[in-house]
Design a protein around this ligand. Structure first.
Ligand code: MV4
Length: 459
């Protein structure tokens, strides 16, 4: 039985996890860096323990210190949250060796899915559609060029160690292939310590749709629907929603079954996400599997009326899933806006600093997951997300109306945030029509920047 959980993370997700622990009568322990001593998760957890200096490399990424802290406080399990060590198979392995329950799948599953070439091979082998491309890693630029010529341009070069858009390069013709291939491989080696790259046919304007799966330790797997994460900028998700307006119920069923099959075939345990790209003609293709709780898990929670973090804890405790696939039904429509301490007017420059004033929205259909408060200082060492605003309604229009009004109530003084940008997107006719593709933000910023330039010229 899990009595005490050490939360190996910070910020809003640490808060999210300790809330689930409290509701279940499980003791929670926050770890913190010297920069996070004043943070909300430190103040609200049952215990808190300092693990090092401000930089992530000296604190939240130090597996030995996390394990020592867990042993010191008598924790039975470690929840890694997202980012940091959440998809680090060595850390999961160290936990296994110490008989400290790592809340997530086995280190073996994390390792397999962490290599995007291996994940693609497994998905293909068990019958999921994958994008035409290389079978494994490409040995050299000559083999790469031959294959790219055979597939036809454009092609995309991806790193085995990458994921989430890191280290990707698109190639539009044979003339530029070799050079781009070599740069991609060098960058992959430097960034991931793994120079292995693969290629796929490049899909134009795809939709990014991911399925949330739940798997208990007894081999039962279900999916709890999809999230549409097409609205991104530089591979950073900005607004997510569930369900996707782009899927028919029959396509949803087909993709959900594929996601469940993959989880079953790899002996998955815990919550996981199977990512797909869907093209204009509604062909779907597996791209990656994420073996962690994701930032945007909240839209699934609100759209499906389910607590995913509580399920993570129950599954880690060896409990069986009590819900069956046929019992899973939508509870409405949910949208999440990521509130980042960034200045959209200055090319999304992060702007950490002192929050002088802070007022959260409320009322029907509104949820905020945030560790911010009036007087809090956002440290410059970590990512710039300071909260997530989730709005739900019985229809998408209702969720949009609630999001708009909640964004107007959300008052943050002292720093720049993505709130004004999200307000503009909620009013945008293209967004409101639904079915945005991964190219939405580029077009949106061009359209609206264009307005700004015209206005400046008039002055
Ligand atoms: C692609 C693609 C087009 N064709 N793969 C970016 C994130 C990573 N998980 C996969 N990504 C893409 N892979 C092929 N074969 C286009 C993207 C992509 C993208 C995907 C999801 C959301 C936003 C995106 C923005 C640009 C490119």
């Amino acid at each position: 039985m899990i009595h005490k959980v050490l939360i190996a993370n910070r910020g809003e997700i640490a808060l999210r996890i300790l809330r689930a622990c409290k509701e279940m009568g499980i003791k929670s322990v926050s770890v913190y860096s010297e920069a996070d001593a004043q943070s909300l998760p430190v103040q609200l957890a049952d215990e808190a323990i300092c693990i090092g200096a401000a930089s992530a490399a000296q604190s939240y990424l130090k597996s030995d210190r996390l394990l020592s802290a867990a042993e010191l406080v008598g924790a039975d399990a470690i929840h890694p949250g997202y980012g940091f060590l959440s998809e680090n198979s060595s850390f999961a392995e160290q936990c296994e060796a110490c008989h400290m329950k790592f809340i997530g799948p086995s280190s073996e599953t994390i390792r397999l899915m962490g290599d995007k070439i291996v994940a693609r091979k497994i998905a293909h082998k068990v019958g999921l559609p994958t994008i035409p491309g290389s079978e494994g890693a490409l040995s050299d630029e000559k083999k790469g060029l031959e294959l790219a010529n055979a597939i036809g341009y454009p092609v995309i070069i991806k790193a085995a160690g990458g994921g989430g858009g890191k280290g990707m390069r698109t190639v539009y013709n044979a003339a530029t292939f070799t050079k781009t291939f070599c740069t991609a491989r060098m960058e992959a080696e430097k960034a991931f310590g793994n120079g292995a790259v693969y290629i796929e046919k490049y899909l134009e304007e795809p939709h990014h749709i991911e399925f949330q799966i739940l798997a208990d330790s007894h081999g039962h797997v279900i999916h709890v629907g999809e999230r549409d994460c097409s609205l991104q900028r530089n591979y950073q998700k900005l607004i997510e929603e569930a369900p996707s307006t782009f899927l028919s119920s029959s396509l949803r069923e087909k993709m959900g079954k594929a996601a469940v099959k993959l989880a079953e075939k790899c002996g998955y345990e815990g919550v996981g996400t199977v990512e797909f790209l869907v093209d204009k003609k509604r062909n779907f293709y597996f791209i990656e599997m994420n073996t962690r709780l994701q930032v945007e898990h909240t839209v699934t929670e609100e759209a499906m009326g389910i607590d995913l973090v509580q399920w993570q804890l129950r599954i880690a405790n060896g409990e069986k899933l009590t819900v069956r696939q046929k019992d899973i039904r939508s509870a409405g429509h949910a949208i999440e806006c990521r509130i980042n301490a960034e200045d959209p007017e200055k090319d999304f420059l992060p702007c950490p600093g002192h929050i002088e004033f802070y007022h959260e929205p409320g009322g029907p259909g509104v949820r905020i997951d945030s560790h911010a408060y009036s007087g809090y200082t956002i440290p410059p060492y970590y990512d710039s997300m300071i909260g997530k605003l989730i709005a739900m309604g019985s229809t998408r229009d209702e969720a949009i109306a609630r999001m708009s009004r909640a964004l107007n109530e959300y008052l943050i003084g002292g720093i720049q945030t993505t709130i004004p940008l999200c307000k503009k997107i909620m009013l945008d006719p293209v967004y409101r029509a639904g079915g945005v593709t991964t190219h939405f933000m580029k077009n949106f910023l061009q359209r609206t920047d264009g307005n700004k330039t015209k206005q400046r010229r008039k002055k």
